[in-house]
Ligand binder design. Structure first.
Ligand code: UDP
Length: 456
């Protein structure tokens, strides 16, 4: 890369002040938060509709986190890959939050799996943008998912700022709990993730369990790890009138509504819900008249190869009359689905957190979830829902039965769920994240900071 004078001067500055972050970050003995950060989201845009393809919880996470960080006076610029020629170079998402579209490869036709080959082009776009500003434009880089971590690694080193990284999902964790017949994540991803872990000054995990996985599978050190629970937008997801929601969505008032919401892929195991429903109906045929199973979302990941598979499975199981498929919807409409539901069902094999669990609870709806990933944090077993171990449809039918038949239980758990969810506002998550940033500025501990010190 060509060295121009500004870069050279900044390198000299870094060399002279190895703990540059520390100098910037301590004001009157107090750790200071960054003024402006570069947030990296290479493979999916915060402007996209979540619930299908590559857009899911991470998109919601970035939107909500960025907005709340901006409210705390931390400006956020999110870099994402341009996927249509209509994408303006810069879009204001909210006051203090910009989305910058980076051209890296063709707009269409690239799968997430193709993106490692575009990381150089993406990094070039990010560095070029920064070079158009005065030195020190970004105080810190926060990358999301390993592809962005690869870009963040280089950008942070180039700018002499800390790298904070959030994995969202990890190849080794996913591969350890694959659905039958599902394709494992490739070795290249594992290598890429390990490199990012080594480079990061802080790794933000959704739960203590995820922090444990980072240390167990990727040898992350304790001083790199920080746990910040994600949040839920409590303005959008709040309890409301179930009857009105059902009327609006065309659902019968007396129905037992077992809702699935999210990306349709083997990892999320919507097939387990369908198999459990078949068992439930076999055992209690009287439920058939009032059982409704809406599947809200679109195909994603390895689920894209067989987008019709759930329709076929419903037909095979003889339950097509109770299952309804709906394309992904915006957050406000999704809140209506949660309010209309008797319970949200999440039979996932792996889930780094599972935002839909929080969202449904915030709407006063209990959640029946697999006891995996962040779900045991999101759901209080026996209080705000039920946690199910394993994926045996008979166990799931057993767990779902009371929700279809005991309105008092549903009401009691729904009230507890709404209360439980209030502990997970995005404001709290953003404040905790900003504190992690301050810590990284004050005391960077990644391999990059070590090399900066060696340079000195
Ligand atoms: N979602 C949505 N519309 C839909 C289905 C899902 O906006 O029709 C959003 C939902 O609100 C949630 C996200 O997609 O915030 C899914 O996040 P989650 O953590 O549950 O799963 P992930 O996609 O990260 O695997």
């Amino acid at each position: 890369m060509t060295q121009h004078p500004v870069r050279t001067a900044r390198r000299a500055q870094i060399t002279l002040t190895p703990a540059r972050g520390r100098l910037q970050a301590i004001v009157g003995g107090r750790a200071r938060r960054p003024r402006r950060i570069a947030m990296l989201s290479v493979h999916t845009s915060p402007l996209h509709q979540p619930g299908t393809g590559d857009a899911g919880g991470m998109n919601v996470y970035i939107v909500e986190l960025a907005k709340r960080l901006a409210e705390l006076n931390v400006e956020v610029e999110v870099f994402t890959r341009a996927v249509t020629s209509d994408d303006a170079p810069v879009v204001e998402l909210a006051p203090g939050v910009l989305v910058r579209h980076v051209t890296a490869g063709p707009y269409e036709g690239l799968l997430k799996e193709d993106l490692p080959a575009q990381l150089c082009a993406f990094t070039h776009g990010v560095l070029r943008t920064e070079a158009g500003h005065r030195p020190g434009h970004y105080d810190l880089v926060h990358s999301h998912y390993w592809l962005s971590g690869q870009v963040g690694w280089l950008a942070a080193q180039r700018w002499g700022v800390p790298l904070v990284h959030t994995m969202h999902t990890m190849a080794k964790v996913k591969n350890a709990a694959l659905a039958e017949g599902d394709t494992p994540e490739p070795a290249a991803r594992v290598i890429g993730e390990s490199q990012v872990v080594e480079a990061a000054d802080r790794l933000i995990a959704n739960t203590a369990e995820e922090a444990g996985e980072l240390s167990h599978h990727y040898s992350a050190r304790q001083d790199q790890l920080a746990v910040v629970h994600p949040g839920v937008n409590l303005d959008v997801f709040r309890p409301g009138d179930q009857a009105a929601a059902r009327a609006r969505l065309g659902l019968p008032q007396d129905a037992a509504v077992l809702l699935f919401a999210g990306r349709i892929q083997p990892l999320k195991a919507p097939d387990v819900l369908l198999r459990a429903v078949a068992v439930l109906l076999e055992r209690e045929p009287g439920l058939r008249d009032r059982l409704v199973v809406p599947i809200v979302g679109g195909p994603s990941g390895t689920g894209l190869a067989k987008p019709e598979s759930l329709h076929k499975l419903s037909a095979q199981l003889g339950i097509s009359d109770v299952v309804r498929f709906h394309p992904p919807v915006g957050q406000a409409e999704l809140a209506e689905w949660y309010r209309a539901a008797t319970a949200l069902v999440m039979p996932s094999y792996s889930e780094s957190f599972g935002l839909v669990a929080l969202e449904a609870q915030a709407c006063g709806t209990p959640v029946v979830a697999a006891a995996v990933g962040g779900l045991p944090v999101a759901v209080r077993d026996g209080v705000t829902g039920t946690l199910v171990h394993g994926h045996d449809p008979y166990d799931w039918a057993h767990a779902l039965h009371p929700y279809a038949t005991e309105p008092t239980l549903v009401r009691r758990q729904g009230e507890a769920a709404a209360l439980h969810a209030t502990g997970f506002g995005w404001g709290t998550a953003a404040a905790a994240t900003a504190d992690v940033y301050a810590g990284a500025l004050h005391q960077p501990v990644g391999r990059l900071s070590a090399s900066r010190l060696r340079l000195a």
